[in-house]
Ligand binder design. Sequence first.
Ligand SMILES: Cc1cc2nc3c(=O)[nH]c(=O)nc-3n(C[C@H](O)[C@H](O)[C@H](O)COP(=O)(O)OP(=O)(O)OC[C@H]3O[C@@H](n4cnc5c(N)ncnc54)[C@H](O)[C@@H]3O)c2cc1C
Length: 543
Amino acid sequence: MADIEVPVVIVGGSLVGLSAAMLLGQHGVRSLAVEYHRGTAIHPRAAHATQRTMEIFRAVGLEERIRKRSAEQFVQNGGVVAVDTLVGGVTRQFIADLNAGIRDVSPCERVFLSQSALEPLLSERALELGASLRFATEVIGAEEGRDGVTAELRARDTGETSRVHAQYLIAADGAHSRIRQRLGIPMQGHPTFSKSITIYFRADLRALLSEQSWAVVYVDNAQLRGFFRFEKPFDRAFLVVNTAGDAMHPVRDVSTALSPERALEYVYTALGTRDIPVAIDNVMHWEAAAEVAGRLQTSRVLIAGDAAHVMPPTGGFGGNTGVQDAHNLAWKLARVLDGRASAALLSTYEDERRPVATLSVEQAYTRYVLRTDPSLGKDRVQPLVGDLDIELGYRYRSTAIIPEPDDNGSVHLNPRESRGLPGTRAPHLWLTRHGKTISTLDLYDRHFVLLAGAKAHEWYDLGVAAAAVRERALEVYRPGREGLEDPGGQLGPAYGIEPDGCVLVRPDGFVAWRAASAERASAQTLSEVLARASFESIRTGAG
Ligand SMILES: Cc1cc2nc3c(=O)[nH]c(=O)nc-3n(C[C@H](O)[C@H](O)[C@H](O)COP(=O)(O)OP(=O)(O)OC[C@H]3O[C@@H](n4cnc5c(N)ncnc54)[C@H](O)[C@@H]3O)c2cc1C
């Protein structure tokens, strides 16, 4: 008999575990996140939140809190550049201004906010939404049975053990995931290619940085390769060192036997001056690898975040990919748990997320080789894919997505060209609702949405009838109804439909199906599509 019963237990309460707890809460699902550490992250690590991640945080009511905190911590819209040394100035520019030229594709902007500052906001919101968090507690075992998972917990301070029984377990226990290892699931891809370090240091860098708008500065010189990340007010920073010595024959293990003197030397070398006093606070040792787990799930265990995929920080994709795993899972778990969907819906998690995680991993690796360690072989990497494709243009394929005949099989495309293709993120477009400007994305948070074109009377009426027999399952919108307006008349072009067409958007904001026009409008078509996209397990009597 377990001491605690909870629908979902989450192993790991860092960036992805907390996101999962929060997003499950958004869908009304109670969860317990168990974290070994005594509190949220103390190291800054991830900072770059993509537009997609910010869209997810917007839907859960966190966007403003994150932007406010980011403005306190980082130069806004900071660039990503490379230097020989910091004193020596810029040698290459990867991103001049974090948000230049991309504001049209999303209601949200890219933001820098350190994981150590973000996690308290995530945990606060998770608690507001009904999640339970247990810090200073280790999951020491987990057993999967026919009716769920039983996890064994040990409180670090008292040694007291307890058991939690849950329907599902999310393994968000990081790169060395014991849950994944116990399941015997191997990692595949590029194993460790650097034993890296992150050096946290204090130094008065105001004279060097106050005129600059840089957030991430890659360092590439004859002594070392890595990157700096700078926070306001430029009196502290971190330097990552990935390789040292000659760039074409580098030392890839800068971690083993690192002395405090050597760490200090790395900082002086990257700064390019010894005139600024430097004090080292801490050094973190970690391994850079680019790998994806061979499987992301069993019937009761779902693997997310670094436990499912690891990648070098080049590009800033790692944490974002993990948050998106949690987002893909949350609505599916909610529907399976309350009986609206059959458990088979969950199997689409791996089908949808694994190819997309592989894209992020390979693209982070490509960026690492091009920016940091060309000796790994520039001709042995996947061609560079644009940031926007990776951040917003990733595409899902699974039995829950109803494909169109001209699907070319690509895992990504430019979000400006996706135009409502099934499996892609539903495009952002400004609309008004009762006179207030909203994004189309604001319509998608917890339910399936049938978004009908301005003249799609048939689809709209069919949708309203289908919604009436699917309590809490479907919302229906059409410009001209219920206060919704499309002032620019852009809905059709943005979503690739005629004015009498419609799209079905999932609770995670991805298009499940699209009807270009009213040609096939019937209750049966809609009923079949809804059943397929949501793995509906209730009898609705519709159709
Ligand atoms: C220098 C650096 C910079 C980075 N920059 C970016 C960036 O800009 N953008 C980005 O998206 N990503 C970035 N990343 C990657 C990002 O930090 C990771 O992808 C992210 O932390 C993964 O989160 P996670 O929750 O999956 O795993 P983790 O953060 O590793 O958390 C796993 C948690 O599980 C806990 N745990 C493990 N086992 C147990 C157990 N048995 N019981 C209880 N608790 C357990 C651990 O204590 C840990 O807190 C960066 C990484 C580094 C190193």
